[in-house]
Design a binder for this molecule. Structure first.
Ligand SMILES: [Zn+2]
Length: 694
């Protein structure tokens, strides 16, 4: 993973950040806060007496504006500064050349004027009213730094002098000092002969360079002679702007030869370069077309992205591509991000986009990755590993198709044969490691459920949930799909040795710490008001009023099976508990309890209930199994529906394990949460979140 830290700043950026942190924010920025501040759209405005930034919030185009107010310098203070500048030729020269640095601070010192004035009262505000705690003021601090590095005059403008005014004042002062004794600018044009130029023994360093306008900026073109093009191909038309005497503007068609087009551009480029060199113009990006066939941005970006990803190891973040691709680096962030995202679609097959923010190469993507996979009821029942699991999703991203060859101990099999080979049970865990990223060979090690710790992964789960929550806060306030969370974690170096969280859908479990929640349709969200419960709380159908009849029949079958009257009463009491959990008429196919609801009752609720009613634990699966058999016998339509229900009840030792591991005594709260989370692991994502496989 090649994430860079906060970019290094130049002198101005560093000063600005220190000023913001010490004088305004009053606490250092964490690397997380810096990263957060670097994301999203932000538009800066530097004006006299204030700097503000308009930060886009969420994806609905709403914004917040953070503003720093600074008292501009007075007339007298500026005079002192200009005087101090003119006294130091080196500083003045740097200033005039457009690159004022640390010496400028000394000139301010010499003039006894603070370059970064100490604030009086509250000078930092934000429209979100959180004031200095919010992300928007951090955007102001963090992203203001590179802007001042690029153009320090922005700060002088805040202090009250535009660049032009300040330079004019310094020039005037220098001219006063110099009097008229020396130097008109020399004539810039040299006579050039190509032979002499190539044969010269002159050291190029010794050639004086005088930025400034030349009387013949196209001298080089004239020397090269006309472009060898036939006349009919050397004819170009364009519209030129013409000012009318009335003050308006009109357009007039102009016909030019190739030489004229080239000369026009050379003149514009050289005069622009001269202005830049002399500091009379700030660098700026123009998105204007040049003549000829335009190469679309994304066509230029595709090879640049490939090169940048080739240089990096692992996944490259969008913001890093912005810096690494020359074409993107020349664009403002919002345009660059859009162009890079468009270019992603044109990348060759070999490249893959993760979570919408990261690019990686497929080959080697999964080198050394390890996933935790706890067997769910649905998997056990179908005898197949779930191909929607985190590891299977990432195998698909790497371009492999199931089934995958799997090595388990000494044996090798296909991933769809693992159940037979290992006699897997619900709650057993496979650690699945990608042994060879170029060929899809998986190593699997098995841990039986009795050997697993229910809390072993919680620390790394919390770390993963924190990352997802932060991503949700800054990038996707509406929540993300489960698979995007998997990709995000992957891009951030999870699923490696020692950094192996639970399946991403389990990160909202209360045991992990409530930073993210289950949102609608199995998505993850950071908004507690957007969350949904587990799906088995959502299916409740009416009240089963005439249930007594069925209960009587149930009592009959139990007596026939040889139970005592007392045992039958206990069993009936327990079924009443189950009916409280699923109050609808369980004989009706359309009100039939879902498998998820049954498993939730059986593995999460019943162990607690039976402890309360002092029922022998081995009775629960037996009684529940009998109950579903009776319902199936009474309504043939329910036979296929309840087949997995009966299979679940027949898993007596699975129930016994849940009952035996139910926490008791002190620390019950945290232990109980971890125990419940294990129950959810067993039930699985599909059944917990309502995508019923049955
Ligand atoms: Zn704010």
């Amino acid at each position: 993973m090649a994430r860079t830290a906060a970019p290094a700043h130049g002198w101005w950026g560093t000063q600005w950040l220190e000023y913001m942190v010490h004088e305004h924010l009053h606490s250092p920025l964490t690397s997380g806060q810096i990263k957060g501040a670097e994301r999203g759209d932000a538009v800066f405005t530097f004006g006299r007496g204030q700097v503000s930034v308009c930060v886009e919030v969420g994806s609905y185009g709403s914004t917040e504006t953070a503003t720093l107010k600074v008292k501009p310098l007075g007339e007298r203070e500026w005079k002192r500064v200009v005087g101090a500048l003119a006294e130091r030729p080196d500083v003045a020269r740097r200033l005039l050349s457009g690159a004022p640095g640390a010496e400028l601070a000394q000139a301010f010192d010499a003039a006894d004027v603070p370059l970064f004035p100490t604030p009086s009262g509250r000078s930092l505000r934000c429209s979100c009213r959180e004031d200095w705690g919010c992300r928007h003021v951090r955007v102001l601090a963090v992203r203001g730094a590179p802007m001042l590095d690029l153009n320090p005059f922005l700060w002088l403008q805040v202090l009250g002098r535009s660049r032009e005014d300040l330079l004019a004042a310094v020039r005037a002062r220098l001219a006063d000092q110099a009097g008229s004794e020396q130097g008109k600018p020399e004539a810039a044009l040299l006579s050039v002969s190509p032979e002499r130029f190539l044969a010269t023994e002159t050291d190029p360093v010794a050639i004086p360079v005088r930025p400034g306008s030349s009387t013949t900026p196209d001298a080089l073109l004239r020397m090269l002679g006309p472009i060898p093009l036939p006349a009919e191909q050397s004819r170009f038309e364009r519209f030129a702007e013409v000012e009318l005497e009335s003050g308006g503007i009109t357009y007039e068609q102009v016909v030019e030869t190739a030489d004229e087009v080239l000369a026009r551009f050379v003149q514009q480029i050289s005069s622009g370069a001269a202005e830049l060199a002399a500091g009379d113009r700030a660098p700026r990006h123009f998105d204007e077309p040049l003549p000829g066939k335009r190469v679309p941005l994304k066509q230029r970006l595709v090879p640049e992205i490939e090169e940048a990803v080739g240089r990096a190891e692992g996944c490259v973040y969008l913001g890093e591509l912005w810096r690494a691709c020359p074409t993107a680096a020349a664009l403002p962030w919002n345009l660059a991000a859009k162009a890079l995202r468009e270019a992603w679609n044109d990348l060759p097959e070999e490249y893959v986009i993760l979570a919408g923010h990261y690019v990686a190469r497929r080959s080697g993507l999964l080198a050394g990755t390890t996933f935790r996979h706890v067997i769910t009821f649905s998997e056990w029942h179908s005898g197949q590993l779930d191909l929607g699991a985190d590891w299977a999703w990432m195998m698909g991203m790497a371009g492999f198709a199931a089934p995958y060859p799997m090595q388990i101990g000494q044996a090798t099999c296909q991933s769809d044969q693992a159940f037979d080979l290992l006699a897997l049970r619900v709650g057993d865990e496979l650690q699945i490691t990608v042994a060879d990223p170029m060929a899809p060979l998986l190593f699997a090690t098995l841990q039986r459920r009795e050997k697993r710790s229910l809390t072993a992964a919680l620390d790394i789960d919390r770390e993963a949930a924190t990352l997802v929550a932060r991503h949700l806060e800054f990038e996707e306030e509406d929540g993300i799909e489960y698979v995007d969370a998997v990709e995000l974690l992957f891009a951030h170096g999870f699923y490696r040795e020692g950094r192996c969280p639970d399946a991403a859908w389990l990160l909202p479990a209360p045991a992990v710490g409530n930073q993210v929640y289950w949102g609608y349709h199995g998505a993850l969200t950071a908004q507690s008001w957007r969350r949904t419960g587990m799906a088995f709380d959502q299916y409740r159908f009416g009240i089963w009023h005439d249930r007594q009849n069925t209960l009587n029949q149930f009592a009959g079958t139990l007596l026939q099976a040889g139970l005592t009257r007392k045992e039958v009463d206990q069993a009936l009491a327990f079924i009443e508990v189950w009916i409280r959990h699923w109050p609808g008429d369980q004989r009706q196919a359309r009100h039939a309890p879902t498998l998820g609801a049954l498993l939730h009752f059986l593995w999460n609720a019943a162990p607690v209930e039976t402890r309360r009613v002092r029922l022998a634990p081995e009775w629960v699966p037996f009684v529940m199994g009998r109950w579903f058999r009776l319902l199936s016998e009474q309504n043939q339509k329910l036979e296929p529906v309840f087949e997995p229900h009966i299979a679940a009840c027949d898993q007596a030792e699975a129930y016994a394990y849940r009952q035996a591991t139910l926490p008791v005594g002190r620390n019950e709260g945290a232990a109980m949460e971890a125990w419940l989370m294990e129950g959810y692991r067993w039930i699985g994502r599909e059944l917990c979140l309502g995508r019923q496989g049955y």
